[in-house]
Design a protein around this ligand. Structure first.
Ligand code: ADP
Ligand code: MG
Length: 321
């Protein structure tokens, strides 16, 4: 059991940002309205996520660390679905197998603390803790040197974490996020539900104020969102955020279409800040290409690339002229 958790951990948990992604996803699944993220040393020393979601009772708090205990895999014999949901119910056991993990949770009735050191259950006992869940993951990969070796500098690992949290914040404007690194507040959103406000809280007032709204459709796709002006460009492409039917996705070709539209106005090695939601018939998109569900496969992709390019091209031309 411990061994299979360690093997799974290699897939689910490669680095701190992957852990943050899994834990924040759980907080959102638990209907949290506030998610506070405290990182030390790029997450290598500690990752703590505190939410005000529904919490777990004492039984579920222990079960959460058992593989597939919560998985829906058993309920289906559809091979395709098994493949795509392969990671379900594996995140917490995987994380707990390669770190020192302390969970405190309160479902509104009882508080429970569960502590697991590198896969070994140390304690499970009642505790006083506010409604919601706090998970701290310390000393990541301390007992798995081969994996520890693959971690980069704390600064680099933190930059990946920051990207992940930004994406969650932008895709969930109705949830208040805060991100703190080594005691320094990095950003904070207010959960008011307004995307433009979230952009302001993350990228700054000037950038958000400059954002041009995009709203363009053809028979198959509707593209809406914000395009921040070229002068607020960034050095990495993580700031081009794409949602398909409200689910965050990654797509080389669609991001390329965004870059192409900005190209005349921007230095070559820079990337725009753009948030686009694309509405389409679910039949046109296959989200099941990769278990993380971020990669997608689209029918009519060329047509969509063209629509995105045109929408941004017009928005920028009009605004800059
Ligand atoms: P999955 O999310 O695929 O079910 P995880 O290993 O990520 O698997 O989590 C296991 C279970 O633990 C979840 O299904 C959920 O019931 C519970 N859980 C994890 N994190 C939280 C949280 N922050 N709040 C409430 N319940 C949680
Ligand atoms: Mg999960």
């Amino acid at each position: 059991e411990h061994l299979s958790n360690m093997i799974a951990a290699g897939e689910v948990v490669e680095r701190p940002s992957g852990i943050v992604k899994e834990l924040v996803e759980n907080s959102i699944d638990a209907s949290a309205k506030h998610v506070d993220i405290y990182i030390k040393q790029g997450g290598i020393e500690s990752i703590q996520i505190i939410d005000d979601g529904i919490g777990m009772d004492s039984q579920d708090a222990v079960l959460a660390f058992e593989r597939h205990a919560t998985s829906k895999i058993k309920e289906t014999d559809d091979l395709w679905n098994i493949r795509t949901m392969g990671f379900r119910g594996e995140a917490l056991p995987s994380i707990a197998s390669v770190a020192h993990t302390i969970l405190k949770t309160n479902d509104g009735k009882d508080g429970t603390e569960v502590e697991i050191r590198f896969g070994k259950l140390i304690k499970a006992q009642p505790v006083g803790t506010p409604r919601g869940t706090s998970i701290e993951v310390r000393n990541l990969f301390q007992k798995t040197p081969a994996r520890f070796k693959h971690l980069k500098t704390p600064q680099y690992e933190f930059s990946l974490i920051s990207d992940v949290v930004q994406k969650f914040a932008v895709s969930h404007p109705q949830v208040a996020f805060s991100l703190t690194h080594d005691g320094r507040a990095v950003f904070k959103t207010n959960g008011g539900g307004n995307l433009k406000e979230v952009l302001m809280q993350i990228y700054g007032r000037e950038a958000a104020k400059s954002a041009i709204s995009v709203n363009q459709g053809d028979g198959d796709f509707i593209v809406t969102g914000y395009a921040v002006q070229p002068m607020f460009h960034r050095a990495t492409k993580y700031y081009m955020l794409l949602f398909v039917n409200e689910r965050m996705v990654r797509s080389y070709h669609l991001q390329k279409a965004i870059q192409d539209a900005y190209a005349p106005y921007m230095p070559k090695d820079r990337y725009p800040i753009v948030v686009l939601d694309i509405k389409m018939d679910p039949h046109l998109v296959d989200v099941n290409v990769h278990p993380s569900k971020w990669e997608i496969r689209l029918s009519k992709e060329k047509q969509l690339e063209k629509l995105i390019y045109t929408a941004l091209h017009h928005a920028l031309k009009k605004d800059i002229a």
